[in-house]
Design a protein around this ligand. Structure first.
Ligand code: ADP
Length: 203
């Protein structure tokens, strides 16, 4: 059985993590952020070392390692009954991050919707990432060259994922709007259809 999935997609700093965390607090959603999975790995392990090596240069970790690690995390969540695939929707942020990963994951996930948090204003992203470096102690946000490289990696390697899934599944949302408004747009899509059937209670 493939996991029913929504993707949060967008450049670094577009707010995928913020939205994912919020959605993850709603029953029937299970949020998984690939960057958090990597950051939770012991840096003395081979995977931990690979993560440090690539992320510090603004590059993607190789696909096989990434998808294996992600799958192990999801399997553990299923085993621990934190993610119940028969009733929950998986909310992914940060994966798949290129077409290679999307292809490998095709056997595992059924992508119903893609929320594209769009922010053409790269200067705004730059400012957000610099702020995050200080607040969240993110080493990969602290160096301007690394930020530039990450934004370029997004353009060249990640953006083609949108073409892979196709227009029908994509909702484009303005990522410069306040987080509550972005969330509202996402929830409108999630509840599409359900909203029109809604009848206010009389008691
Ligand atoms: P951001 O919030 O800036 O998009 P993340 O926390 O999602 O950053 O990821 C941080 C770093 O972790 C990335 O720059 C990359 O090196 C690595 N990483 C995260 N997800 C993936 C992935 N799906 N494939 C390869 N590398 C990844």
């Amino acid at each position: 059985m493939k996991y029913r999935t929504y993707l949060l997609f967008g450049p670094p700093g577009s707010g995928k993590g913020t939205q994912g965390k919020t959605l993850g607090t709603i029953p029937r959603f299970f949020h998984c952020a690939c960057g958090d999975v990597f950051r939770s790995i012991d840096t003395r392990t081979a995977v931990g070392r690979a993560f440090l090596e690539y992320s510090s240069k603004g590059q993607l970790v190789p696909d096989e390692i990434t998808v294996q690690l992600w799958k192990a995390r999801i399997d553990a969540a299923v085993d621990g009954h934190n993610f119940k695939p028969d009733i929950d929707t998986l909310v992914l942020d940060g994966i798949p991050r290129n077409v290679g990963q999307a292809k490998i994951m095709d056997d595992l996930i059924d992508v119903e919707k893609v929320f594209h948090l769009s922010c053409p204003d790269r200067a705004a992203l730059f400012t957000r990432l610099k702020k995050r470096a200080l607040k969240d102690n993110r080493l990969d946000d602290a160096n301007e060259d690394v930020i530039k490289r990450r934004l370029a990696t997004y353009e060249n390697e990640s953006k083609p994922v949108l073409g892979y899934y196709g227009k029908e599944r994509i909702t484009c949302i303005d990522a410069t709007e306040p987080p509550a408004k972005v969330l509202l747009h996402i929830l409108e899509q999630v509840n599409e259809g359900a909203m029109t059937q809604y009848e206010p209670a009389t008691v």
